[in-house]
Design a protein around this ligand. Structure first.
Ligand code: AKG
Ligand code: FE2
Length: 337
């Protein structure tokens, strides 16, 4: 699998260092002919269907009928794979703080950020793409990528101590997002008339969760490079905190990519990030994966004569997804039944 490959190319400058000079993007970043189409700066998708998750809380005073309607909406929204969540209880001032401390980290001198550098061949730490082949096209972004759950797997030496308050912020944000994610997992299973813990049980109690602070420096040639190449996320649910001002995420809503556990009912949308010449963009993605050695597959009750099993059961889907991403392939194609 990809993660065992050696890192075979090294670049003289990081993305932010290249961006500061406004240089033309070096060749490894320039997108070649892509099977997913050229970089057209299309209008942003959206707005995505809005789901009020406060209705799913056990303490909600909403009527059964109201909750049922919201579950139906969730189910139909997830056919395209993206929703906007409201009623999550995270204050906008706290979300601003997450964005602000993230940007402050990015603005630190490179040698300070390098204290948290991702070691070669590991996915955790501050850095950019892991390089696994000479032909790989690189993303115009860099990021700290940090394990946040289970708590005892946190590697705090990768967690920035500068700016002050970053670690505390991430700890609090991770807790809050975990609650949102669990509420969503339960609501999604309920919307399929399954027992509400069935997805959570399948991914395992110690399901790993990673937080990624994505930074996209300005780029002199947004027509030639991508912030992130087309991919489907490797986990179950990704909770994405978007930049307040700068757009860049493009989602292929009519794509045909599926989630394994819902036997194709819910989609895992293909998406990519474009760059711009004007402003840095930042997003925070929190991705939950299944426990590595736990097998995931279509839930009982979602496979029948009319809807035969679409995907093989799979362990460590993250590694399949990573390899596919680097090779511009769709991970789901690799596990068709
Ligand atoms: O920056 C974004 O909006 C999306 C980032 C993304 O796709 C990811 O981190 O998986
Ligand atoms: Fe993504």
């Amino acid at each position: 699998m990809a993660l065992q490959h050696a890192e075979i190319v090294s670049l003289s400058k990081s993305v932010p260092e290249t961006a500061i000079n406004g240089d033309e993007p070096p060749p490894p970043y320039v997108l070649k002919q892509s099977v997913f189409g050229s970089i057209d700066i299309c209008p942003p998708n959206g707005p995505f269907p809005v789901i009020d998750i406060s209705l799913f809380s056990p303490s909600s005073s909403a009527s059964q009928a109201h909750v049922h309607k919201e579950l139906e909406k969730l189910r139909s929204a997830l056919i395209s794979g993206c929703i906007q969540v409201i009623g999550h209880g995270i204050s906008s001032s706290f979300l601003d703080k997450v964005r602000e401390l993230g940007k402050q980290f990015f603005e630190l001198p490179m040698e300070e950020k390098q204290k948290y550098a991702r070691p070669t061949n590991q996915i955790e730490g501050y850095g950019s793409n892991m390089i696994i082949s000479e032909n790989q096209v690189l993303d115009w972004s860099d990021r700290p990528s940090l394990w946040v759950f289970p708590q005892d797997t946190r590697n705090l030496h990768f967690w920035p101590q500068n700016p002050i308050g970053f670690r505390e912020m991430l700890n609090e944000y991770a807790e809050k997002v975990k609650f949102v994610e669990q509420t969503l997992y339960k609501a999604i299973t309920k919307s399929l008339n399954l027992e509400e813990n069935s997805f959570l049980n399948m991914i395992g109690e110690r399901a790993p969760v990673r937080a990624r602070f994505n930074f996209y420096p300005l780029c002199s040639r947004p027509d030639l490079v991508l912030g992130v190449k087309p991919h489907t996320d490797r986990g179950g649910i990704t909770i994405l905190l978007q930049d307040k001002e700068v757009e860049g995420l493009q989602v292929r809503v009519d794509g045909k990519w599926f989630k394994i556990m819902s036997n194709g009912i819910f989609k895992s949308p293909l998406h990519r990030v474009v760059t711009n010449t004007e402003k840095l963009r930042m997003s925070v993605a929190v991705v939950s994966e299944a426990v590595v050695d736990k097998e995931i597959g279509a839930m009982e009750g979602l496979v029948n004569e009319e809807r035969p099993r679409l995907y093989k059961n799979v362990k460590n889907f993250g590694a399949v997804a990573y390899e596919s991403y680097q090779n511009e392939q769709i991970a789901m194609d690799a596990i068709k039944a």
